[in-house]
Design a protein. Structure first.
Ligand code: SAH
Ligand code: AVI
Length: 365
């Protein structure tokens, strides 16, 4: 993806000019979203186990539903991670006098405020907040709120897919990468290592990476979090069908599917599916495709992997990172892990640079 494919957006609003001057937004998705969706849905709905990638949950309505999920008492993820952050924000932010806080999949920016509150109390000089999310409406709204809360804070919003557009992130300053909410759990094991390796590539020896990890816990607690009694998660799950209907001119009927979420103990992951409650034939006009779905057949819409300390250590180690500090709640339900680039990875990079420099010298000589 070339950097000139990101378009700078004009921010128009009723906010004061001084706040708006501190917001910059670029959109890297305007050209690619529709094609990516076409390719992904074609691949997913013609696979043996049908699936639709979970990043397509987050249109404006889906993002609002996720915010509602975050407030549910059963969805312990958000309030547990927030409680860890409140206890550890000072320790996390110390020794970060200036630079970029880069949050990936930032959503409604609920959690970053805990860090920014502390940063402001410590009178940290020059912090810029860089927020990366696929959901443009949510990102712009959240950034406007931040500049009104924090005087002098500069923010950069990047509407982008963090699995594809990492090159769009500015890398010239000290950095803390942030990936809250255990969104890493929505990747397969392989994808999560590719993703972490990609971030490690962009980290310098002093940069840090704050990673939220949801831990394995009793099945009943996990399953209740994804089967909340008010049915918000069910609405969130079915909204992915509305996204496909709208964007690809399809005729999924949400009432023909039931929300299913269960803990797959063999894989330590919650799986969310949409199960057809009758035989269904769906036309997807923009793909020129008709998909036949049998009664009780499912479309997998999300995996949400849960971690143990050992599996987390193995994952970060394979990605060339190391655990610097490990923060957790008293029950050990969620972990906030501070990562740095591993020494062996830094050495390898150092050696590679030296070899390249020697080669260049030889060619010149
Ligand atoms: N970090 C927040 C939100 C988590 S929800 C929290 O901890 O509460 C996941 C967020 O990631 C959503 O805001 C969604 O829009 C975003 N997201 C999902 N897949 C993405 C992708 N591939 N690239 C960029 N953002 C993505
Ligand atoms: C964003 N992600 C980490 C959430 C999760 O728990 O896997 C998304 C979600 N799905 C259902 N509820 C919340």
């Amino acid at each position: 993806m070339k950097s000139n494919s990101c378009v700078r957006e004009e921010i128009l609003s009723m906010y004061s000019a001084s706040s708006i001057d501190r917001i910059e937004v670029k959109n890297c998705m305007s050209d690619t979203y529709s094609n990516d969706l076409k390719n992904d849905v074609l691949k997913g709905l013609t696979a043996t186990q049908k699936y639709i990638p979970s990043k397509y949950f987050y249109d404006t309505y889906g993002s609002r539903l996720f915010e509602e999920i975050s407030l549910l008492p059963e969805y312990y993820v958000t309030h547990t991670e927030l409680s860890i952050l409140q206890d550890t924000a000072s320790a996390i932010i110390e020794n970060f006098p200036e630079g970029d806080l880069i949050e990936l999949g930032s959503g409604a920016n609920v959690k970053i405020k805990t860090l920014l509150d502390i940063a402001y109390k410590s009178y940290l000089a020059d912090i810029r907040y860089v927020s990366v999310d696929v959901s443009e409406a949510l990102l712009v709204k959240a950034l406007k709120e931040l500049v009104t809360i924090y005087p002098d804070l500069r923010v950069l919003g990047i509407v982008a897919d963090f699995t594809k557009h990492m090159k769009e992130i500015p890398l010239d300053r000290n950095k803390v990468f942030i990936f809250f909410g255990s969104t890493i759990g929505n990747f397969t094991e392989k994808e999560s290592i590719v993703f972490l390796k990609n971030i490690a590539r962009f980290m310098g020896p002093n940069d840090r990476f704050l990673l939220g990890l949801d831990m394995v816990k009793p099945k009943e607690i996990l399953e209740l979090a994804y089967n909340d009694p008010p049915g918000i998660t069910s609405k969130f799950n079915k909204n992915i069908l509305s996204v496909v209907n709208r964007e690809l001119d399809a005729n999924f009927h949400r009432d023909h599917f039931d929300h299913v979420a269960f803990f797959n103990g063999g894989k330590n992951q919650i799986e969310m599916h949409l199960r057809a409650n009758r035989t269904v034939s769906v036309k997807i006009k923009k793909l020129d495709l008709t998909v036949e779905i049998e009664k009780d057949e499912t479309i997998r819409t999300e995996i949400s992997r849960k971690f143990r300390r050992e599996s987390a250590e193995k994952m970060v180690d394979e990605a060339g990172l190391r655990i610097n500090r490990w923060f957790s709640d008293p029950q050990g339900w969620f972990s906030l892990v501070e990562l740095k680039k591993s020494t062996s990875y830094l050495w390898k990079e150092h050696l590679r640079t030296q070899i390249a420099q020697r080669k260049a010298k030889r060619v010149k000589g």
